[in-house]
Every structure is written in C-alpha cells, then in structure tokens.
Design a protein around this ligand. Structure first.
Ligand code: 1GP
Length: 255
C-alpha cells in the first residue's frame, strides 16, 4: 500500500523549486483573456521569472474555454500550467495539474467538499494531477468572497487564520492558500502571514492585492513561500509592477 498518496510531478517540481526559496505564480483568467492573449501574457511573465501559471477566475469559465486556454498556455511556456478551479466545469485534461482545493471558510458545502465529491472520479479518470490545498479567504475577499459565500476571516484575527490553516494541514492538505481576493486594496496582512507560517509545515501561498515590490518583500519576510498575482499581469502584461515583485522573489531565492 502506498501511504500517503504520492506527490505528482507538478507538485514535486514546485516543492523542489521551494527548496531554493520562494516562488511566484501568475494567475490568468481565461474568461478575461482569450487563449492567444493568455499564452502571450504567460510567456511574458515566465520570461520575467514567474515559476508557474494558474488558470482560473471566479465566474463562468466553460470547459471549452479552459481547454483552449490550457492548451495555448501549455504550448507557450515550460513551467507548469495549473487549473485554479471555480467549479467542476474548470476541469481540463489539457492542464498539467489542478489545485484540488477546499474553500475552507465557505458557508456553501458544495465549495467545501460536495463539488469535489462529484468531480473526483472525473479527475482521476482524466489522469489529472490533483494538488490538495486548503483555501482560506481573508477580508475583504472581493469577488471570490461573494461568489464563495464566505465567512471571511477578519484582518485582525490571525488566530482564526492559524486555526483554519493548521486544521487543513492536519486533514492532510499539502498546501495552504491565504486569499485576500483579486483586486483587494491591500494584500493579506503581514502579521497574519507570520502567524500562520509559525504553525504550519506545509508551504504557504499568499495572493490577492499584491501590486508592488515592497508589498511582496513584506509578505516574503513574514514567511509566504508562494506569491500569486493576477491583476497586474492582466492589466499591464509583463510590466514594471510584475518585475518589481519578481525582483523581490528572486532576491529572496538568491539570499
Ligand atoms: C490570487 O486572487 C489572487 O490569489 C489574484 O489577486 O488579481 O489582486 O493579483 P490579484
């Protein structure tokens, strides 16, 4: 018997990259950008040093669009292309892997576990690598907070974030993701990242509202190991904000 479930090649690659320091993932929304645009944005971000591409959004991605975007992005870059799902229609065998994520603080059980129960056999049948992840929305939460029917963790409640994060780890999830929401005016508070890092062994992903080098540096300093940015790449391509953030990530990798 293999116990626990073995780590797949994409997760292994990310974990190996983390051995040398923090990494950055670029989130692209296949509904906002057509497949060719997603491929172009992905290439720009990877040329600048991003370590992987997440494909996802909060609403309305059809299977066809996800397939086409994953195919285009995967052909354009040599880093992993990973689905950041919004529901069962996001599942595509064209990607390298899927974040098999439970929205830990949703009031809607579909998003905590029921959709997963409906989708798991398909994921296995497709041979799609599933990366087990606990996803926690921190205020303000933005669109994902609304669509996800979330009881957002208050920004001044690091203890609650610690509790959820450690519960996810004890349940066997191998990654924990703190999400302030795409376009959030401020990222997840640095103190909360530090508090969560102090109780976790799994890698810690932080995203939502990261727009500048100093913000990235503060989150990395607090122990974030994976930074995710979406809006800046979609707004300005591989522009100066993304460069400043990647400079911080790569500085931390060297130092
Ligand atoms: C990923 O939702 C975020 O965690 C992306 O947020 O669009 O604000 O970068 P931004």
């Amino acid at each position: 018997m293999e116990f626990p479930r073995p780590i797949g090649p994409v997760e292994r690659r990310l974990a190996d990259a983390l051995e040398r320091g923090p990494i950055h993932l670029t989130l692209l929304d296949p509904e906002k950008s057509d497949p060719a645009t997603s491929a172009r944005l992905a290439r720009g971000a990877v040329e600048m040093g991003s370590h992987g591409i997440l494909l996802g959004g909060s609403t309305g991605i059809s299977r066809e669009r996800m397939d086409a975007s994953a195919r285009a992005v995967r052909a354009a870059v040599d880093v992993p292309t990973i689905i950041f799902p919004e529901g069962a229609t996001s599942i595509s065998a064209e990607a390298d892997a899927i974040l098999f994520m439970s929205l830990l603080n949703s009031r809607n059980l579909d998003l905590v576990i029921r959709t997963h129960a409906r989708a798991s056999l398909l994921v296995a049948r497709l041979g799609l690598e599933a990366i087990p992840l606990g996803y926690l929305v921190i205020a303000p939460g933005m669109r994902v907070g609304e669509v996800g029917q979330v009881d957002a963790v208050a920004r001044d409640d690091p203890l609650a974030a610690q509790g959820y994060a450690l519960a996810a780890e004890l349940l066997g999830m191998r990654w924990v993701y703190l999400e302030a929401g795409s376009g959030a005016p401020l990222p997840v508070p640095v103190e909360m990242v530090r508090a969560v890092r102090s109780v976790l062994r799994t890698p810690l992903i932080v995203g939502g509202g990261i727009r500048s080098g100093p913000e990235a540096a503060a989150l990395l300093g607090a122990g974030a190991q994976v930074l995710v940015t979406g809006t800046i790449a979609e707004a300005e391509g591989a522009g100066p904000s993304l460069r400043a953030i990647l400079d911080e990530v790569n500085r931390a990798r060297r130092g």
